[in-house]
Ligand binder design. Structure first.
Ligand SMILES: C[S@@+](CC[C@H](N)C(=O)[O-])C[C@H]1O[C@@H](n2cnc3c(N)ncnc32)[C@H](O)[C@@H]1O
Length: 189
């Protein structure tokens, strides 16, 4: 459902600028994206967040292949696509200035494991940019009928905030759309 030009437009024109403005406005030289899909987010990170290097990862080999095929020549030195599970990242500790999840944690069988991994690979003072739907959205009849999500990817705001805290990530800024979804920037202590 996300592999289409409308999704790409929203990522470029809405989510990128919104999240950029919610962070601390600095540049983020080395970035990680989890669940990169067809690779639009990695371009947004490179263009809008001052990234010199983006490691963009996904657990699905077909998505990684699509992302590599879509990569425009001007990004070849800056973006690297890798097959990696966000619940068991292969990246070293404290490598990244920022980590991005554009609608990915709710696809995890265990979203808490992914948050732990994100905290592990973030530098101290590094920022975690994400947008995610909450449990009531995923439980909606239409959403359940039209899409498939694992139960381990469900959370509400209080659960999510507590898990960030457990992993030394403070909420720096957030926009919450009722109990439906959240746009948020966290910072690792
Ligand atoms: C809803 S799509 C979002 C894609 C892209 N970030 C976007 O915003 O268009 C979720 C992506 O997360 C990936 N994904 C699911 N579980 C994952 C995991 N455990 N580790 C890494 N990626 C995962 C899927 O393969 C898919 O590409």
């Amino acid at each position: 459902m996300t592999n289409n030009p409308v999704r790409a437009y929203i990522q470029r024109r809405v989510e990128g600028p919104l999240l950029r403005n919610m962070g601390s406005q600095k540049d983020y030289p080395i970035c990680l994206e989890i669940g990169c899909g067809v690779g639009i987010g990695a371009q947004v990170i490179s263009e809008q967040f001052g990234a010199q290097k983006v490691i963009a990862t996904d657990v699905d080999p077909e998505q990684i292949e699509r992302a590599r095929d879509n990569l425009m020549p001007e990004f070849r030195d800056k973006i690297e696509f890798k097959l990696e599970d966000a619940m068991a990242l292969e990246e070293p500790d404290e490598k990244f200035d920022a980590v991005f999840s554009f609608g990915v944690l709710h696809h995890m069988e265990n979203w808490r494991r992914a948050v732990k991994e994100i905290s592990r690979v973030l530098k101290h003072g590094g920022e975690f940019f994400f947008e995610e739907p909450f449990r009531p959205f995923l439980k909606n009849y239409l959403v359940r009928t039209l899409t498939a999500h694992p139960e381990g990817g469900e959370f509400d705001y209080e659960e999510f905030k507590a898990e960030l805290g457990e992993n030394n990530i403070d909420i720096l800024n957030m926009r919450r759309i009722s109990d439906i979804a959240i746009f948020c920037v966290g910072r690792k202590k």
